[in-house]
Write a protein that binds this ligand. Structure first.
Ligand code: SAM
Ligand code: SF4
Ligand code: SF4
Length: 370
């Protein structure tokens, strides 16, 4: 039984106030944090709602009918998201991931994608525009997402066994419909699809080999994610984490694999390939092999708070700034000075405050996006 907690969500005007320096620097300035990490990717949560109740993310007991979801006017509008993204792009951001909650539940999301697809990086290239979804309504949406200009898609799927998957999504959603969503994405022309599987020891680790076998040779890259202690409500403890190395060992015993080079610095997934040439798999090992030292990622919550770390317990209130008549240059400078002060490296110090418990209060993943 998960203990009932009061969710952390920032009410209007309660976030940290971003500071605008007296001396403004020009846009197109790249900035580094206190650990020398540049700002390169931005995850934008477009809704805090979801049609699943994955036990590790939005457990039913907490995300029930009384949960205080954000109201429409609390959300950043498409114009506000586009303005903010344009400013982030001018500061060196190249990659945008839309997430949530379930991003495909945000009404007219394709309109936002069309707006974001027009933004250019400092190298005058389009942004790398991608989205993570539970796949439940992908069959309906795949063609329109592609037409709107979305480049890439990641679909979450925690197993092929219906009983196990239904127990994890906790809304009785069948595996077949997610697989059909993946097929629809392929038909719509999305290449290099990725599938994310959160591995919870004792819950779905028996699905690892079946998942590997299913996606091997399909052109879809399967990535195994270690169950993380995000938020304050998923009852995390270390005994439910299956280290990626063990997942790799289990796969290697049946389908031999070898490590590959990263695509780019800061790539979160470690890449491996099958020795028989039938494709690659990935491991996201946020618990056992931390990658904070090259974390170049910021997150914008559904209501416009800037979070510098997935495990932060406070965000910087950029929504109020956006709605206060400040110029793009002033907002860009506020982002630069916020990033310049960043020292977060939670995964590297996790052991010192949460191992064995889930004591510290952190924002929920469905609110800032995974
Ligand atoms: N609803 C979409 C989905 O499920 O793909 C997007 C949002 S979801 C928060 C993004 C990713 O975070 C999913 O792949 C999900 O499996 C992962 N995730 C959520 N809670 C997690 C946890 N406690 N540990 C590891 N991954 C988690
Ligand atoms: Fe919803 Fe995604 Fe969280 Fe599952 S992981 S509850 S699908 S937001
Ligand atoms: Fe980045 Fe925070 Fe995750 Fe470390 S713990 S990789 S700083 S988001």
């Amino acid at each position: 039984m998960v203990e009932k907690v009061i969710p952390i969500r920032l009410d209007e005007g309660k976030g940290l106030k971003p500071s605008i320096p007296g001396q403004l620097m020009a846009m197109n300035t790249s900035t580094q944090d206190t650990r020398g990490r540049p700002l390169r990717d931005l995850r934008i949560s477009v809704t805090d709602r979801c049609n699943f109740r994955c036990t590790y993310c939005m457990p039913k007991e907490i995300f029930d009918k009384d949960y205080p979801y954000l109201s429409h006017d609390e959300l950043l509008s498409f114009e506000e998201i586009t303005r903010l993204t344009t400013i982030f792009a001018s500061l060196g951001v190249e990659k945008i991931r839309l997430t949530g909650g379930e991003p495909l539940l945000r009404k007219n999301l394709e309109v936002l994608i069309e707006m974001l697809a027009k933004i250019r990086t400092t190298a005058d290239q389009p942004l790398d525009l991608t989205l993570t979804t539970n796949g439940s309504i992908l069959r309906k949406k795949a063609v329109s997402l592609k037409a709107a200009g979305l480049h890439r898609l990641t679909i979450s799927l925690d197993g092929l066994n219906d009983d196990i998957f239904k127990k994890m999504n906790d809304v009785d959603f069948p595996v077949a419909d997610v697989l059909d969503g993946i097929a629809a994405a392929k038909e719509a022309g999305f290449a290099n699809l990725k599938v994310n599987m959160v591995v919870k020891k004792g819950t779905n680790d028996q699905e690892i080999i079946g998942m590997a076998k299913h996606f091997k040779g399909s052109g879809v890259t399967l990535r195994f994610i270690e169950f993380m202690d995000v938020g304050s409500s998923n009852g995390w403890d270390m005994t439910q984490v299956l280290p990626s190395q063990e997942v790799a060992d289990r796969i290697n015993a049946i389908f031999p694999i070898e490590p590959m080079e990263a695509n780019y610095p800061g790539e979160v997934a470690q890449r491996w390939r099958y020795l028989d040439g039938s494709g690659e798999i990935g491991f996201i090992s946020s618990v056992t092999q931390t990658f904070c030292h090259e974390c170049t990622r910021a997150r914008i919550s559904t209501d416009g708070q800037l979070y510098l770390c997935l495990f932060a317990n406070e965000g910087f209130d950029f929504k109020t700034l956006l709605r206060s008549g400040r110029s793009d240059l002033e907002i860009a400078n506020a982002i630069m000075s916020t990033w310049a002060g960043r020292s977060d490296h939670y995964s590297e110090i996790r052991g010192s405050n949460t191992i064995g418990s889930n004591s510290s209060r952190k924002v929920e993943m469905s609110y800032i996006g995974g």
